[in-house]
Ligand binder design. Structure first.
Ligand SMILES: [Zn+2]
Ligand SMILES: [Zn+2]
Length: 167
């Protein structure tokens, strides 16, 4: 079975529970092995922006991976490249980081968690009504669907099928 571990950086347990719920619902083939507390790497903090660099977090914390995949959840605000802020960032087939700093409802947090895990599982952005639609504002995130469209679901079944065959 394919496994994912959650690294928690100062996110309340009730929110972690909601995230686990959403992952279990959307990706029932994924086994969540547990939740570990983690600190964000110091060098990923940008003092003038008062934000953490998501790309640096991923490159540092990817090394902590003991399972197939990793989801890092943080209460700190993230940025990447020239974007003012991001909800999350992912490395395909490896790990993702999700920030709850700007996501004020369980529903939004669940959507963005499902989105980032989708990337980890190899899914790209999708133009259909789908949780894999790109969102860089609360408005976009509120509008989009909380689950995968049929096309992404099929892609995932195919990837996962190959993954199973490879083992
Ligand atoms: Zn995305
Ligand atoms: Zn889709």
């Amino acid at each position: 079975m394919i496994s994912i571990e959650i690294l928690n950086n100062r996110v309340p347990e009730e929110i972690i529970k909601k995230i686990i719920e959403a992952i279990n619902r959307e990706y029932p083939f994924l086994r969540i092995t547990g939740v570990r507390s983690v600190k964000l790497p110091l060098e990923s903090y940008n003092a003038s922006r008062k934000q953490y660099n998501a790309t640096l977090i991923l490159s540092k914390l990817e090394k902590m991976k003991k399972t197939d995949y990793l989801l890092i959840v943080t209460s700190s605000d993230l940025y990447a490249g020239d974007m003012n802020f991001i909800f999350g960032e992912a490395i395909f087939y490896s790990c993702a980081v999700l920030s709850i700093a700007r996501l004020k409802t369980f529903a939004l947090i669940q959507k963005e968690a499902v989105h980032e895990v989708g990337h980890v599982l190899g899914l790209q952005h999708c133009k259909l009504p789908c949780v894999m639609t790109f969102s860089n504002s609360i408005y976009d995130a509120s509008k989009k669907s909380g689950s995968l469209c049929e096309k992404c679901r099929k892609k995932l079944d195919r990837y996962m099928g190959e993954e199973y065959l490879g083992k």
